[in-house]
Design a protein around this ligand. Sequence first.
Ligand code: PMP
Ligand code: PLP
Length: 418
Amino acid sequence: MNYARFLTAVSAARQPSPIRAMTDLLMRSPPTVISLAGGIPNPDTFPFKAASITLNDGTAIEIGDGLMKKALQYNSTSGIPELVSWLKDLQKKLHNPPTLDYSPEKGQMELCVTTGSQEGLSKVFEMLVNPGDNVLLDAPTYSGTLAAVKPLGCNLIGVPTDQHGIIPTALKDILSRWRPEDATNPEKNSPKVLYTIPNGGNPTGASLTEERKIEIYQIARKYDLIIVEDDPYYFLQFNKPWAPSFLSMDVDGRVIRADSMSKILSSGIRIGFLSGPKPLIDRIILHMQVSTLQTSTFTQIMTYQLLQKWGVEGFLKHIDRVIDFYKSQRDAMLASADKWLTGLAEWHSPSAGMFLWIKIKGVPDTHQMIMQKAISNQVLLVPGSAFNTNSSEPSSYVRASFSLSSPEQMDLVSKMLQ
Ligand code: PMP
Ligand code: PLP
């Protein structure tokens, strides 16, 4: 892979911050090293002393005086080393990326902790997307992604999807405007980036099948695309075995995968992680060195203490409980839709995530309908247009999230949509 051709001028110009490099060095040094180097505040002056965090099972995570000092302090930009190492082992177990043992000329896989996957994704876009670039993405797609990418001045090309995500033949059709060799000719402006949500897509609830992923990966090879795999609902796949990820198929080092703890541990602790080719992840880390500096050490330590206590097995057991919850919520949502909306609307049963994507028959634009219903009934749904690359384009869909409501409330909403 020639990663240089994918980088924006801003990203390519990033230089390591000498002081952050020293902080990283200090974190890896034995505690006996006396450092007068970093501008590190003295934690003895901080007002927080210790913490005990009670878990749902009645046990607790103890953060005593010593660990608390660490939790309140700066740490490595890429994440506290013990959490990074735990997450690397997890990625190896779940995805076993072929790039893990890469030869030096192809670049190794790297992982960094981010302040939620959204931070990682926005930095990925700023690294890869130049004004005027053609960027491929699921149509429709997550509004947070649209908000991050649009201001970069690129041209968004929505790739048609169905309940199984991106339709490979549609992707081929779009790319047939270019020849594979155009990738090396900047004047041809062939797309360089394909962004996709492979499981329980936001807003459509769609999940790519393994066959489609294999086909899409081959297309990405042909046209030399980087695949940005935004997979926050990976752990909310209702059926086992889980579909293999793009990362698991990535023989070239062309996949950047964004994972998130938001839907399984907490959305407020802001922990996500990026996995991908080292030359690209290193650019993201340089960006973090001048922005967040790092994800909160406190939430990283809290997360690591939990994961270490659980082990991978305990973590996956927790995931099973989360899946059971969302699956029964999904079933309740489907039951209420069946009861009130049969014949009036169309939907498919999502196999992952927390969204039902409902097409209201005979309503070309759901925006106004939602506004009226929201005011009169105090019910909120998102109109489909919010997820169009061009948000002024109308949509006959609404997105219903079944994460928070009770079956009774879902029933009420479905009835109201009649
Ligand atoms: N600005 C200046 C001048 C600083 O010295 C520092 C900390 N070394 C920062 C910003 C970063 O501060 P924070 O940890 O709040 O991001
Ligand atoms: N990507 C998608 C597709 C999402 O739906 C969300 C959250 O709604 C995010 C990213 C952001 O996740 P995080 O909380 O990890 O930043």
